[in-house]
Design a protein around this ligand. Structure first.
Ligand code: FAD
Length: 492
């Protein structure tokens, strides 16, 4: 086949659409399910409040990002299933990722943020920023269907009271706040509030999938790609090996799995071009193990390096009894505290849609944490580990603490210490934003071509070195747009 794409998240979806539009047939191999078929309860996705097996990727116990309430664990046993959200245990950190046709777009908060140009120029100095900000960011935003909340509605609806409280206390402490664009359709959300359509964001749906309202990749890039008739997808197929084929091209070994994760068939195909778009962790693990096992021995030494968490750390504050955050909260965040230039913190004011008044302000902070880790192949287990250790997350806490200590002091409020464990204020044990592992212009050339292997490319979050300063998917999409345009022009 002409082109095989590993993974159907942002990098993979952009690649498929643009290759197909250039007349090239391509095939996407995706290890997760195709999330289009309802279960026996009539729902495609599980309930947010009490997720069943559909919520998690091959786990026998849920692993909720906000794991406790009043210090008591809310996790419970489930049966192993190829569910939508992977809380992948990489030693000292759980890396959350979407699994299924659409990758992270199935589970994420939809926050579609273009980073500050000055920061972008620092992290990816080899990329022409003019071209990115004039052509590729606008192209990504348009194709992703990014839209903005109506500020007047934001100011009046009960569903964003939690955000308004977050904005008020941040501003009183001298921090700027900013509206954050999203791929959730805010017109649909208004109709949800009016009671004229079925609720999704206003029914708490987000990290286990949205039945309505969200423009995830299956309705944007992948939908357009399918409409060309030149793209096919194999869900529940996992790539295990890529190696040069006899003659030309690459042989790709694939395991077909069932919905409980069992291998039902192994397959081998040959492709002229192979695009790694398995996400930062997925792509890094594949490349590091192919290099170590001698299947792609000439990959650059930079493969597996410069991985970071985007400085992610979660924290919650307790508001005063009179500062209600509302029992009704939209699951879609739409405001951030922008203290990046002053404090190295961009904090999303996150909802906690529990259906009851809890006086909680929850935040997911992105911090300027310079710590990086690398992936290593373990020859005794055949697996790939990550060197990240807990101490490396301390910098994220330190940066975020300056901001939230200031808010707490001004408001005379305290941190909640009952939501991430018993007596635990910071949740530094997870990331939603894994980045790096096959960094642009180091592990690859300046357009994602892997050194040493013509016809092999990296197209996903692995290209971005560890920290993009804001939520990452718009940057991953725009960079993929830039790289595939160059690859189509020169290599095909
Ligand atoms: P992914 O989207 O992760 O896609 C990779 C795909 O490859 C997956 O579908 C995976 O199943 C598949 N795959 C992996 N290995 C293999 C293999 N060996 N064989 C076959 N297939 C494979 N970002 C934002 O910008 N805004 C947000 O609001 C936001 N919220 C988030 C909330 C949550 C809960 C999570 C988990 C993430 C969030 N993110 C957000 C992050 C964002 O979703 C990711 O940065 C983005 O999805 C990464 O894109 P990608 O193309 O690199 O990889």
């Amino acid at each position: 086949m002409p082109a095989l794409i590993i993974g159907s998240g942002y990098g993979g979806a952009v690649t498929a659409l643009r290759l197909a539009q250039a007349g090239i047939d391509c095939h996407i191999v995706e290890m997760g399910r195709d999330w289009t078929t309802p279960g026996s309860d009539g729902r495609i996705f599980t309930q947010t409040a009490s997720p069943d097996q559909r919520g998690f990727w091959l786990r026998d116990r849920t692993k909720q990002p906000v794991s406790h309430f009043l210090g008591v664990s809310i996790d419970r046993n489930i049966s192993k299933y190829t569910g939508i959200l992977d809380a992948e245990n990489m030693g000292a950190i759980h890396v959350y990722q979407g699994r299924g046709v659409g990758g992270g777009s199935l589970v994420n908060g939809g926050m579609a943020v273009t980073p500050k140009r000055s920061w972008f120029e620092q992290i990816l100095p080899s990329v022409d920023a003019n071209e990115m900000y004039n052509t590729f960011y606008p192209r990504a935003n348009a194709t992703l269907g990014v839209n903005n909340i109506d500020p007047a509605w934001f100011d009046s609806t009960e569903w964003y009271q939690f955000s308004r409280v977050g904005r008020k206390v941040a501003q009183r402490s001298g921090f700027a706040t900013t509206f954050v664009p999203n791929v959730y359709d805010f017109n649909y959300m208004k109709q949800e509030a009016a009671g004229t359509v079925t609720k999704s964001a206003l029914a708490g749906e987000v990290i286990f999938g949205n039945h309505h309202g969200k423009k995830s990749l299956p309705v944007t890039y992948l939908g357009q790609a399918a409409a060309t008739g030149k793209v096919t997808i194999s869900p529940l197929h996992r790539v295990t090996k890529v190696a040069p084929a006899a003659g030309s091209g690459y042989t790709v070994d694939i395991e077909q799995i069932n919905e409980t994760g069992g291998v039902v068939a192994t397959k081998s195909v040959t492709a002229d071009k192979v695009f790694f778009a398995a996400g930062s962790v997925g792509t890094s693990k594949l490349l590091v193990s192919m290099k170590a096992q001698g299947h792609l021995p000439n990959l650059a030494g930079a493969v597996g390096q410069e991985w970071g968490t985007n400085g992610n750390v979660m924290v919650a504050r307790a508001n005063h009894a009179w500062d209600t955050t509302g029992k009704n909260q939209s699951s879609i965040p739409t405001m951030g505290i922008d203290a990046w230039d002053t404090n190295g913190v961009f904090a999303e004011i996150a909802p906690f849609p529990a259906g009851a008044e809890l006086w909680v302000s929850l935040y997911l902070a992105i911090t300027k944490n310079p710590e990086r880790a690398s992936f290593q192949y373990n020859s005794s287990t055949g697996g790939v580990g990550l060197s990240w250790n807990q101490a490396q997350a301390q910098k994220s806490i330190d940066l975020a603490k300056v901001v939230f200590d200031k808010i707490n002091k001004k408001e005379v409020t305290v941190y909640r210490s009952d939501m991430f464990g018993s007596n635990k204020v910071w949740n530094e044990g997870l990331t939603y934003h894994p980045l790096g592992g096959a960094v642009l212009n180091k592990a690859t050339d300046n357009f994602g071509r892997l050194h040493g292997y013509p016809g092999l490319y990296v197209m996903d979050g692995a290209l971005v070195p560890g920290n993009v300063g804001v939520n990452p998917f718009v940057t991953i999409t725009a960079l993929a747009e830039r790289n595939i345009a160059s690859i189509i022009a020169s290599d095909l």
